[in-house]
Write a protein that binds this ligand. Structure first.
Ligand SMILES: [Zn+2]
Length: 254
């Protein structure tokens, strides 16, 4: 989840913790954004302050049964490997998420990233870059593999994932090879049944190429979003024959 240390986060770490306890959760991870937008305005939390605030939250909430994990979400870290490595060796994050937010300088949250292009070419390049991310960045989880399908659906209708099986499976195989966990982002689960069927197809491919664990993630940017659609996500993971991700203790490369 994201706190006020992300530009698009709404609630403080303490507010997220309080909500998590109210929901009966035992573990949360606060994974704020690190971004290198093409405009050159590098976005990154003040991690010294972040870790201070996280320590305060641990002091306050551990006794109430909540484990608060540290983390970050790196946007396109394969394109910024030296800075990524410096960051990961300076701080000891419990959970490192890598995600695709940019494609050839375009913001993939906007339908304009498809301007003048065949959507399946755009999908293809997106998953090719995701494979590169998985091969080159030591993260734990690859987030919202289906993010590009949102603007694509708004513009062209739901994508036919069967048309991109090869390139999607290459990205999934890269994750499986390096022990990266696939995230099923629950924000996307409100779509029609055909949408969930596409996600299920991708989860099954992930399993076929050697993946096992899937992280069902609310991607909450505000406290009211914590745990959203978790039951639907868990059902899809089970239907695909995968298992829910359980974080292992690990150490990032020094
Ligand atoms: Zn993201």
């Amino acid at each position: 989840m994201h706190s006020t240390y992300s530009l698009d986060g709404n609630d403080t770490i303490a507010e997220l913790c309080t909500q998590a306890i109210d929901l009966g959760l035992t573990h949360i991870a606060v994974t704020d954004h690190v971004e290198w937008p093409p405009n050159g305005h590098h976005q990154r939390p003040d991690f010294d302050r972040y870790f201070d605030e996280l320590a305060e939250a641990r002091d306050r909430f551990t006794g109430q049964g909540l484990t608060v994990l540290s983390g970050l979400e790196l946007g396109n870290p394969h394109e910024h490997r030296a800075e990524t490595e410096a960051l990961l060796s300076r701080y000891n994050f419990d959970v490192v998420i890598g995600s695709m937010h940019w494609l050839d300088g375009e913001n993939i949250h906007f339908t304009s990233c498809f301007d003048g292009q065949d959507p399946y070419d755009v999908y293809g390049r997106y998953f090719t870059q995701m494979a590169e991310l998985a091969h080159t960045v030591p993260c734990d989880i690859v987030a919202h593999f289906d993010r590009i399908f949102w603007p694509g659906t708004q513009r062209f209708g739901p994508p036919d994932v069967m048309r991109m099986q090869g390139v999607v499976c290459e990205a999934l195989a890269a994750m499986a090879e390096h022990g990266l966990v696939l995230e099923l982002n629950t924000r996307f689960l409100t779509y029609a049944p055909s949408w969930n069927d596409s996600l299920l197809t991708v989860l099954r491919w992930y399993r076929e190429v050697g993946g096992t664990a899937v992280a069902v993630n609310s991607d909450a940017h505000r406290r009211t979003e914590i745990g959203r659609h978790h039951a639907i996500g868990a059902e899809l993971v089970t239907a695909a024959g995968c298992v829910p991700y359980r974080r292992q203790d690990h150490h990032m490369p020094a």
